[in-house]
Design a protein around this ligand. Structure first.
Ligand SMILES: Nc1nc2c(ncn2[C@@H]2O[C@H](COP(=O)(O)OP(=O)(O)OP(=O)(O)O)[C@@H](O)[C@H]2O)c(=O)[nH]1
Length: 791
């Protein structure tokens, strides 16, 4: 079976012959066939009934849910319940007896003198203003107010001031020992006041009190730092070394412009000359280690407000430290000679600072001939495939099963997932959770982003790209498909499910992967257990899909159909159980995967790597990017150019399948550890390329497109891999002959679905683009195209 990725889209007649019909049919179907309308109507009524009046859910939301779950009422109901928690009727606060009495008294005052008193208990009059005088009058006869003078207590409330005990403590020493300590402390303070510069060693014996002092008091200026040297804040030098890195330590987040602001925020603002109130702040200062790891506390938030609120919330310790240090560093006074302990602290921090990430040595290149290295390596073949198909057809479950049966995940891990899935009533999703790992995906039972995993067979190392099936996440599916050598199209064989999928994303996904250059397709006819492993059903689906796939441009020899069940594991890794499919003589899904030929590697081409993922904040590798090398090769020490920013970076390390490598070539999924570049210059979808042969930033392009829907001069989104950018189809240049590509009509008014045409597209921002693009508008895919020229 040959599997070669072609560069150009040659739209043969048979590729597009039936588009018009298919799409005319689809459009009609999308609007809803009568059967659908009946199901929707009935479903809506049932959902409304099940939700009752305590859930405020609109008709549109109910319809969306029903559509999403194929009219499955129970799934829709549980989704909608999660979407909108029930509206709790607001409980009126029960008035206390006291309030009742007070209100009643107030009413009594409003009552005319001759009006009769209400019978006890006093009716509640909510909203009546409280009158303390009247309340007192009301209770004046009660016996517990008739206390003799000498028995009346005097309650005086002391202001709440935190005491200098570790856990607060009471205002007075509660034991003799505490009294002794307090007396000693007082003595010490007096001594200190009398001789502020006396030998500090005299203070050392009283460690406990000194600790309390440090906890409670942050005297500003150098004297505090000096006095408490062993536990004091690090010197300004240390602080300087421990400044936060220019980007926040948060892994796996897309860089954005706001990050610039974030990173600015993390640098503490110039400290104000605040005079902290002594002996009132209970907060311990961060340790030297914490400062080195995290950097100084951001004093820009809250401190001002808090200091206004009262003495308890005086300037936070970190601010005090920063203030003290800035004062210290600005001071013209000669600094006191550092004591031994200070010297030791500084020595350690200097040593640690030398280990800092910023001071990484230059990366040396081994200057390998990567082509030769690749040719002589006995590496296994590597291939990546994207798993596509309509929502809930069982993609994630199938991949979970495959990983489990290949022992990539163990029984214990699966048992744990089963338990977790049981706990939220989604037992059937346990296998899917092997792939779907975010809480949103798990609670909704829907894949949202591309999930990756890998496994090996005897011949090949595979990377799985599990794509979301839901129509809302098609951009993510496109991103996944752009990294794939071939695809598995999963189809639910269940009654009606296959048919619903055809109206949904089954066809759209197949068309998209084909438009993106994928030629090899394995069609997994899944959930065969639900149709009793019926040969007829399998044949029916295979025939219908074959016709469509051929019309979509797949060559029959590159398409294989495999009946299987992800849930039971039948014919995934292991052959089907005895007697289930005696009629089937073909291969298992894994055997089919293994038989797929990998794409020819474009090693000799200039480097192109589209960034699929960005990881920041690692200790040894603060900035890493992951993606598939589409063309070319790279090695440790290489300089790469990031586009569109045009910034250069150096490859500090390469990881392939979690193992370090010196080089990598086209077709491999790699993680690159980068240095010499600020992360703000990198985003998902950016392209790393060779500086000597860079990819162009494109603001407008002319493309040959295959229309899936009507194309007019219109706003669209241009997608390529993880990149997507707002754009406008500004000109319809010509209609082209599908077979020869020759112009059949210039300046058409519109392009019909299924037609091939040349159009000009203007992009909102210049981005690195070449090759194949997808045009989407209003949540649907309108065309796929090949860029012919750009500017
Ligand atoms: N009976 C049966 N049920 C299956 C099979 N495969 C999957 N399911 C069930 O189908 C439901 C959806 O499975 P998923 O694996 O989440 O489907 P998906 O296609 O990955 O869904 P999205 O990624 O959200 O598009 C789950 O309840 C599965 O247990 C199967 O072979 N047989």
């Amino acid at each position: 079976m040959s599997h070669r990725r072609t560069k150009g889209i040659e739209f043969d007649d048979d590729e597009v012959a039936d588009y018009s019909d298919e799409y005319a049919e689809d459009t009609q179907e999308q609007e809803g066939i009568p059967e659908d309308q009946v199901r929707m109507h009935e479903g809506k009524a049932q959902v409304k009934k099940a939700l009752g009046s305590s859930y405020s859910v609109s008709d549109k939301e109910i319809e969306e849910a029903l559509w999403h779950y194929y009219y499955d009422v129970s799934k829709s109901v549980s989704y909608l319940k999660n979407l909108r928690p029930p509206q709790q009727p607001k409980k009126l606060k029960q008035a206390s007896r006291f309030d009742q009495a007070a209100n009643s008294a107030a009413n009594a005052q409003r009552r005319k003198p001759d009006e009769p008193l209400p019978a006890y208990p006093v009716p509640i009059a909510i909203g009546t203003p409280f009158s303390s005088v009247l309340a007192r009058d009301f209770f004046k006869d009660t016996p517990w107010l008739q206390l003799p003078e000498h028995r009346r207590g005097n309650i005086s409330l002391e202001p709440v001031i935190p005491q200098l005990r570790l856990l607060g403590g009471s205002s007075k020493p509660s034991s003799k020992l505490a009294a002794l300590a307090a007396a000693r402390k007082k003595k010490e303070e007096e001594k200190r006041a009398a001789a502020p510069t006396t030998d500090t060693s005299a203070q050392l014996p009283d460690r406990a009190i000194s600790l309390l002092d440090r906890l409670g008091s942050k005297a500003s200026g150098g004297s505090c730092t000096e006095k408490n040297a062993p536990l004091s804040a690090p010197s300004s030098h240390v602080l300087e070394q421990a400044r936060p890195r220019p980007y926040p330590v948060r892994p796996k987040k897309e860089p954005s412009t706001s990050r610039l602001e974030e990173s600015k925020e993390t640098v503490p603002p110039a400290p104000e000359a605040t005079k902290p109130e002594p002996l009132l702040d209970m907060k311990a200062e961060p340790s030297t280690f914490a400062r080195i790891m995290v950097g100084p506390h951001d004093s820009s938030h809250g401190s001002q407000n808090r200091s206004k609120e009262g003495s308890f919330f005086s300037v936070p310790p970190d601010d005090v430290v920063v203030n003290a240090q800035s004062k210290g560093s600005k001071s013209d006074e000669p600094k006191a000679k550092p004591r031994e302990t200070e010297k030791a602290t500084n020595g350690i921090t200097e040593a640690v600072s030398q280990l800092s990430i910023g001071a990484s040595p230059r990366v040396k290149s081994k200057n390998l001939n990567v082509r030769e290295e690749f040719d002589k390596s006995d590496q296994k073949k590597s291939a990546s495939f994207v798993v596509i198909g309509h929502v809930d057809h069982g993609k994630s479950t199938l991949m979970g099963r495959l990983l489990y049966d290949l022992k990539v995940i163990d029984q214990r891990s699966l048992d744990k997932l089963r338990k977790e899935a049981d706990a939220i009533g989604k037992s059937s999703f346990a296998l899917a959770w092997v792939m779907d790992q975010t809480s949103e995906e798990r609670s909704r039972g829907v894949t949202v982003d591309i999930a990756t995993n890998s496994f090996e067979t005897e011949k090949t190392r595979f990377t799985i790209l599990d794509a979301p099936g839901h129509r809302d996440f098609i951009p993510n599916m496109i991103a996944g498909a752009s990294q794939a050598d071939f695809a598995i199209l999963v189809i639910d064989a269940g009654t009606n499910s296959f048919e619903s999928g055809l109206k949904g994303q089954t066809k759209e996904h197949a068309l998209l992967v084909r438009s993106m250059g994928v030629q090899r397709l394995i069609v997994a006819v899944n959930k065969m257990d639900m149709v009793s492993w019926s040969e007829d059903r399998f044949q029916e689906i295979s025939q219908q899909m074959s016709a469509f796939l051929t019309s979509a441009g797949f060559q029959p020899k590159n398409v294989t159909f495999v009946p299987c069940s992800g849930l039971t594991g039948g014919n995934v890794v292991n052959p089907p159980a005895e007697g289930t499919m005696p009629w089937y003589t073909g291969q298992t899904l894994v055997q089919e995967l293994d038989a797929s030929e990998t794409t020819k590697r474009a090693i000799e081409q200039p480097l192109r790597l589209s960034i699929f993922d960005i990881f920041r904040g690692g200790v040894t590798n603060p900035l890493s990017v992951a993606g598939r090398i589409a063309a070319g090769s790279l090695q440790v020490g290489d300089q790469v150019l990031a586009m569109p920013s045009g910034e250069k970076a150096t490859i500090k390390g390469i990881e392939i399948d979690n193992a370090a490598a010196d080089w990598a070539v086209a077709g491999q999924m790699v993680t690159l550890h980068l240095t010499d570049i600020d992360p703000v210059h990198l985003r998902y979808g950016d392209v790393l390329c060779s500086p000597s042969n860079p990819i162009k930033n494109v603001k407008s392009f002319t493309a040959k497109i295959l229309a899936f829907e009507h194309v007019l001069p219109m706003s669209v989104e241009v997608h390529q891999g993880r990149l997507n950018v707002a754009a406008t189809v500004s000109r319809l240049v010509a209609l082209l002959d599908k077979a020869t590509g020759e112009v059949t009509k210039k300046k058409p008014r519109a392009i019909q679905p299924g037609a091939v045409a040349r159009v000009v597209v203007e992009l909102e921002n210049a981005i690195p683009l070449e090759g194949r693009v997808i045009l989407r508008a209003g949540g649907s895919t309108v065309a796929a195209g090949l860029i012919e020229s750009s500017s």
